[in-house]
Design a protein around this ligand. Structure first.
Ligand SMILES: [Zn+2]
Length: 99
């Protein structure tokens, strides 16, 4: 990973930290100093989902939440069998403008 990408991730993590008021989207507990934080994808990232929903959707910041690693990260993931929920989520991202 290059320095610029690393910096963009850090910047987004800080933005999410403020938006979520320091709360993990997985366990709803306050992050503590030293906790490892991750940007968890709501629609799972990967070649399959990127080709199905587009990379712009998958890598959009609205498709991400700040979580602890492990269980917290996977618990924000949307079940893609729930087509209606998935479509609503994609619509919400599109309405907010693709970056
Ligand atoms: Zn958590």
């Amino acid at each position: 990973m290059d320095k610029y990408t690393q910096w963009k991730i850090q910047e987004l993590k800080e933005k999410k930290m403020i938006e979520q008021r320091g709360i993990c989207a997985g366990c709803n507990k306050q992050f503590r100093i030293g906790d490892i934080t991750q940007l968890a994808h709501i629609l799972k990232q990967g070649k399959y989902t990127e080709s199905k929903y587009s990379k712009d959707i998958i890598q959009h910041e609205l498709n991400m939440k700040l979580t602890h690693s492990g269980y917290c990260n996977s618990s924000v993931q949307m079940n893609t069998n729930k087509t209606e929920l998935v479509n609503e989520h994609i619509q919400m991202i599109e309405n907010n403008g693709l970056n």
